[in-house]
Design a protein around this ligand. Structure first.
Ligand SMILES: [Cu+2]
Length: 162
């Protein structure tokens, strides 16, 4: 009977170790599910993105949900901040890295990443959508703290209050 108990204990310990091993071998993005998540909704239409600059915070996972309204568009963003050399470490860690996300008309495409280096990241349309296609651009600002007031007052109002 004691032998049976020992065997049983061994089985439980092995099972627990196996489960732990499986958990640790998961990619970090899967394990980060409990972390903060910032969801940003953006629309794309000829020839602009509704939000620019987009503000994101270093260390907070981001889901950029981009909806193309009027036409097929694209979304292309580099993993290194503007001006960084290609040998620098990636500033954005993508869940699925793509050269160009295709944004189908009427559909919402999710681009998921973890910003880990502050900086300015330019993005642009990468699906030829018309005459103004080349000017269809935007910027994302990654910083350690987000300075993004909910309501932006015009400067004149602030001056009047002083
Ligand atoms: Cu375009």
């Amino acid at each position: 009977m004691k032998k049976f108990a020992n065997c049983f204990l061994l089985f439980i310990v092995s099972a627990a170790l196996l489960a732990l091993g499986t958990f640790l071998s998961l990619p970090e993005s899967t394990r980060a599910n409990n972390q903060d998540l910032q969801v940003i909704e953006v629309t794309a239409k000829k020839y602009e993105y509704s939000t620019s600059p987009v503000h994101v915070k270093v260390g907070t996972k981001v889901q950029l949900k981009i909806t193309a309204i009027d036409h097929d568009h694209g979304f292309k963003i580099g993993s290194a901040p503007d001006g960084a050399s290609s040998s620098d470490k990636a500033g954005l860690i993508f869940t699925s890295d793509q050269e160009c996300w295709q944004l189908k008309k009427g559909e919402t495409t999710t681009v998921e990443f973890l910003p880990q280096t502050p900086g300015t990241y330019s993005f642009k349309c990468c699906h030829t959508c018309g005459l103004g296609h080349k000017g269809m651009k935007g910027q994302m600002l990654s910083s350690r703290r987000i300075a993004q007031p909910r309501i932006q007052r015009p400067p004149a109002e602030l001056q009047g209050a002083a």
